[in-house]
Ligand binder design. Structure first.
Ligand code: NDP
Length: 241
């Protein structure tokens, strides 16, 4: 890989994605990130890191290809893709509307598949690259009242395993980082009781930090992980304990 790697990160305006943008920029890499609507957060990250943010709603098919095309143009290629953007909705399955189901599956599963398809065309040409998908422990264990979210993350597991086999012969590694309970906006609606139940089921006894997940992403993207592909790395404090 080149010394200044070219990185595309989805959902880079907040939480784990923003921590990834900071981590790769600190290492001197060239980073473009996608985000949906939080313009002020995105501008702050851009000013702080020098990364470029592109606004794009990953639930809209017609938004994806133009945004990815622009990102690849700015980067001049792509060495590392981090499929991080994700959304959740805590409801019983009977309460989930069709648009909500489509939106969760679209952002969490279909968009990473489409983006990986585009980026892999370039990576195959260069015979190198690394793709990291952000799954979730719920993709393996399933969460009551997060059925569609759990299904989307289980889908990412299958996609990761299959794509690692398909792209391995072209020198491209594909891995999945599976966070447990991380202290980001995604969990800001949880009440104190829910948080203490979740941390109670976490052997390390606390929520994780976005930076701790970014460190795992950074490792899997690096040459230190050169023989790791098709792997699922929990960053979960041991959850569920
Ligand atoms: P946050 O809610 O903090 O941030 C989500 C990011 O995704 C934002 O940058 C947001 O952009 C972007 N995004 C959301 N929807 C869209 C969309 N339609 N189009 C484009 N961008 C979008 O999430 P986290 O940092 O907590 O989560 C990151 C990933 O980690 C997700 O895939 C999540 O499922 C996974 N994960 C998180 C866990 C946790 O406990 N936090 C646990 C397990 C997995 P904008 O700011 O513009 O809205």
């Amino acid at each position: 890989m080149p010394s200044q790697r070219r990185i595309l990160i989805t959902g880079g305006s907040r939480g784990i994605g923003a921590a990834c943008v900071r981590r790769f920029c600190e290492a001197g890499d060239k980073v473009v990130f996608l985000y949906r609507s939080r313009v002020s957060e995105a501008s702050k990250i851009q000013e702080e890191t020098g990364a470029t943010g592109i606004r794009c709603d990953l639930s809209l098919i017609d938004d994806i290809l133009p945004a990815v095309g622009r990102a690849l143009e700015i980067l001049g290629g792509c060495d590392i893709l981090v499929n991080n953007a994700g959304i959740s909705s805590i409801k019983q399955i009977q309460e989930m509307t069709d648009p909500e189901i489509d939106r969760i599956l679209g952002v969490n599963l279909a968009a990473p598949v489409r983006i990986a398809r585009e980026v892999s065309k370039i990576m195959i040409g260069q015979k190198s690259g690394s793709i990291i998908n952000l799954g979730s422990v719920w993709g393996e264990y399933g969460a009551s009242c997060e059925t569609v979210y759990s299904a989307s993350k289980a889908g990412l597991r299958g996609f990761t395993a299959a794509l690692a086999k398909e792209l391995g012969p072209s020198g491209i590694r594909v891995n999945c980082v599976e966070p447990g309970v991380i202290d980001t906006d995604m969990n800001s609606s949880l009440g104190a009781d829910a948080v203490s139940e979740l941390t109670g089921n976490t052997p390390l006894g606390r929520m994780g930090k976005a930076e701790e997940v970014a460190e795992a992403v950074f490792f899997l993207a690096s040459d230190a992980a050169s023989f790791i592909t098709g792997a699922f790395l929990p960053v979960s404090g041991g959850f569920p304990g």
